[in-house]
Structure formats: structure tokens, C-alpha cells
Design a binder for this molecule. Structure first.
Ligand SMILES: NC(=O)c1ccc[n+]([C@@H]2O[C@H](COP(=O)([O-])OP(=O)(O)OC[C@H]3O[C@@H](n4cnc5c(N)ncnc54)[C@H](O)[C@@H]3O)[C@@H](O)[C@H]2O)c1
Length: 405
């Protein structure tokens, strides 16, 4: 739990607007900035989220936020809006909207440009425009040039977000912050904001910050693919990947970075790897191979099951539909791909998830009762104490690992 009461107050409170302020990046960042003394306006086009957050309800799981949100609202330093009309009154405007790739796996720059154009139309002299969304390399400098033509007094910086989703309030002050600006003034103002949060600041050039963010996510994605390929290799040869894993990592520091196998889904890792590939004219062989491996894992699991016997009359159960454990976010979760593959092969597929409200899902009890076999899709803590006599496919090796605190 973040120690919110112990957080220092900023020396110079700013007026800050966060565009995309009810999203997974914008909301915790906005809460933290409000908590340290800034006046923060969360701006979001999702009226339902705005209404919920204004009423003190978090739209998703974020450690410590259920307690912090009401405190920020009560302080009067957290405002909400669906409109950008207040932008001119701000000192800083932070952009945290989604930056997806399109159907060709290229970055969807048009949506981002549209939002930036609308934002700039409402901004005034001397403001700092901070990009916090993950952007394609070159976007910040290009934006800096466009802004300079319109109003040279507006400063542009790019400070990539690097939190683990769900743990931002803790990580935002603990992790070093990569900071870049199109001008020395932009960089200095951004650096001051993060230093005020108690974070260590790492200044780099804008394209280095953009590449750094994409390198980090692509590195993780490729790293997961290595383990997933080894998992599939071990399975094909009748070996137990997790026993091998435990043996080669035990007291052996050179294998510290070896990841566990498992679903590498979610809204960032694949799309950021594809952004990097697109930036390099579709030449990122490791990243593209990682995609084939990671995205192929659900099909591999089903093929392994099929090799043991026909599935046509079987009922499959998927435990966990979120893209990772102890998380309520279904975005780009490979459990949904698994469901699709199983639907083509089985008589029925049952899905359950304690964190996601979906009327098509069944309870854990029903899933355990009716399914002929189970596949772990997300490592939710609730499943640690799972008791069943049914066969369970656990690619993550999660159920057999001792609980860590
Ligand atoms: N989720 C993460 O853990 C994480 C971590 C690091 C970086 N990022 C990056 O941060 C960015 C945001 O990701 P996210 O997961 O927070 O996405 P999200 O979908 O959770 O949040 C985006 C928010 O922006 C809002 N929005 C969209 N268009 C808008 C507009 N025109 N005006 C105002 N609000 C608008 C949406 O309604 C949504 O609430 C992406 O570039 C992502 O790659 C995400």
C-alpha cells in the first residue's frame, strides 16, 4: 500500500490537466499529482468513467487508489471534465490517451494527431505540453516543430510511462523517470515536476526517450517469447519446463533474467514491439518472431490437448480472462484467443474470472464442476488454493509454485 500520508507537498503547486485522465496511465498519475499538492483536472471523453471517478469509484484496479481517490476529491484539488475548455487556465497539459497500432500493425498516428490538434487549439502561452503516452520515435520532435510554428512559447516534452499496470501509485515515485524535452526549458520543467514527486530523473533526447520506452517493452516481449519457445520445446519432448527452469535458475545469477513461460498479452507489449518494427521499416526479426511464438501459445496448448484425445465432445474451462494475474483488464488478453481456438475444437468453453464482470462468464464453482479439463489463463491469487481433481494445464507453472509475499 502506498504511504500517501507521508508524501511531501510540492513547493510550487501547478494547475495540471490530464487528457485521458480516467485511463490506466492518466488516472493514477493524476491522483499522485493531486496528492502532492497540484490542482489536477482529469479530462476524459469516457463520460461514464468521468462520472464514476467524480463519485469516488475507480474504474479499474489500482493498488491504493480506492483510498486515495476520495481523499483527492475531498481536498478540492481533483476536478473532472469531459471538456477541454479549461486547458487555457493550466500550467501543464499531460496527454495519456491510448496509442494503438492499426490493422497493419503500424502506429495509428492520425488519432493521436487529431487529439493533439484539438488540445493545442485550447492551449495558451507558456504552457508545458507533456506527452506521457507511448509514441512512435520521431513524434515528439515533429510535435515540437508543429507547436513552435503555432506558438513558440508552448514547451513540449516526452516523459514515457513505465509503470506495471495496477501498481502505478507505488512505482511512480520509486522508479526513475526518463525525461526529454524539445527545448532545454521543456526538459527542465518536466524534470522539476518529477523531482518534486521524489523520483530520480534521467534526462535524454526525445528520440532516445521514445526508443527507450519501445526497447523496454520489446525486450520484455522477446524475453517472454524465449521462455515460451523453450516451454513448447520441452513439452514436445516430454520434459517438464518448470522443473528445468527451477534447476537452471536456482542460485545461478546468470539466469536471473530468465522469465517464466506464460501468456504475454495486454495492451502494451505486442503493440510496442510492432511500433518498433514499423519504425525500423518492418525489420525487427526478433520482435516479429516473438509475436509468432507468444501469439501461437494458445494454439499450441490446444494442439497438445488434442494429441491426447479428441476434444469434440469435451467442455473446456478457462480460469482467468484478464491479460495478467490479479488484474481486471481484459485488453489483448490471450485467454480470449485461447477461447476462440477452443470454441472451434470443443463442444463448450466455459470462462471464469473473479475480477471481470461479464455475463457470459460462469462462477469458478460452475467451471470446476462442469469442465472436463481446465486451462489457467491468468495467475489470479484466488487460484492458488484451487482444489480440483480435473486435469489443469498451467503454462505459467503458477499453481505449483510456493506463494510469495
Ligand atoms: N496501461 C499501462 O500500464 C501503460 C504503461 C505504460 C505506458 N502506457 C501507454 O500509455 C498510453 C495510455 O494507455 P492506457 O492503458 O492508460 O490506456 P487507457 O485506454 O486505459 O486510457 C486512455 C484514456 O484516454 C481516454 N481518451 C481517449 N481519447 C481521448 C480524448 N480525445 N480526450 C480525452 N480522453 C481520451 C479514454 O477514454 C481512456 O480513459 C498508451 O500509449 C500506452 O501504450 C500504458
Amino acid at each position: 500500500m502506498p504511504e500517501t500520508a507521508l508524501r511531501p507537498r510540492v513547493r510550487q503547486p501547478l494547475k495540471i490537466a490530464v487528457i485521458g485522465g480516467c485511463g490506466h496511465v492518466g488516472l493514477p498519475f493524476g491522483l499522485l499529482l493531486s496528492d502532492v499538492g497540484h490542482e489536477v483536472t482529469l479530462i476524459d471523453v469516457n463520460a461514464r468513467s468521468v462520472e464514476g471517478v467524480r463519485a469516488g469509484r475507480m474504474p479499474f484496479f489500482e493498488e491504493g487508489a480506492d483510498e486515495l481517490l476520495p481523499q483527492c476529491l475531498a481536498s478540492g484539488r481533483l476536478l473532472l471534465s469531459t471538456e477541454t475548455s479549461s486547458l487555457r487556465e493550466q500550467d501543464v497539459v499531460i496527454v495519456t490517451i491510448g496509442t494503438p497500432v492499426d490493422e497493419y500493425l503500424d502506429p495509428d498516428i492520425r488519432t493521436f494527431d487529431r487529439v493533439i490538434d484539438a488540445t493545442l487549439a485550447d492551449m495558451g502561452d507558456g504552457q508545458l505540453l507533456m506527452i506521457r503516452s507511448t509514441v512512435f520515435p520521431g513524434v515528439t520532435e515533429r510535435l515540437g516543430r508543429r507547436v513552435h510554428e503555432r506558438n513558440p512559447s508552448i514547451q513540449v516534452c516526452y516523459c514515457p510511462e513505465r509503470i506495471a499496470q495496477g501498481y502505478a501509485l507505488r512505482e511512480l515515485t520509486q522508479l526513475p523517470q526518463i525525461v526529454s524535452g524539445c527545448t532545454p526549458e521543456a526538459e527542465a520543467r518536466a524534470a522539476d515536476m518529477f523531482r518534486d514527486l521524489g523520483a530520480k530523473v534521467l534526462p535524454v533526447a526525445p528520440v532516445e526517450a521514445e526508443l527507450g520506452k519501445l526497447f523496454a517493452n520489446s525486450y520484455r516481449y522477446i524475453n517472454f517469447a524465449i521462455s515460451n519457445q523453450f516451454y513448447m520445446l520441452a513439452e514436445r519432448h516430454g520434459a517438464d519446463f518448470h522443473r528445468v527452469y527451477d534447476a537452471v535458475t536456482a542460485d545461478y545469477p546468470r539466469m536471473k533474467g530468465f522469465a517464466r513461460s506464460g501468456f504475454a498479452g495486454g495492451p502494451c507489449l505486442l503493440k510496442d514491439t510492432m511500433q518498433l518494427a514499423s519504425f525500423n521499416h518492418n525489420l525487427l526479426t526478433l520482435g516479429q518472431n516473438a509475436m509468432m511464438i507468444n501469439e501461437g501459445l494458445p494454439r499450441f496448448i490446444v494442439d497438445q490437448l488434442k494429441a491426447k484425445g479428441p476434444l469434440v465432445n469435451a467442455t473446456a474451462g478457462i480460469l482467468g480472462m484478464a491479460f495478467k494475474g490479479d488484474c481486471d483488464d481484459p485488453r489483448s488478453s490471450l485467454s480470449y484467443k485461447l477461447r476462440k481456438v477452443l470454441t472451434l475444437e470443443c463442444r463448450e468453453v466455459l470462462c471464469t474470472d473473479p475480477q471481470i464482470a461479464d455475463p457470459s462468464f460462469v462462477s469458478l464453482e460452475e467451471c470446476l464442476d462442469r469442465a472436463d479439463f481446465l486451462i489457467l489463463g491468468a495467475c489470479h491469487s484466488e487460484y492458488k488454493s484451487l482444489v480440483t481433481t480435473k486435469p489443469v494445464v498451467d503454462v505459467f507453472g503458477f499453481l505449483r509454485r510456493p506463494t510469495t509475499t
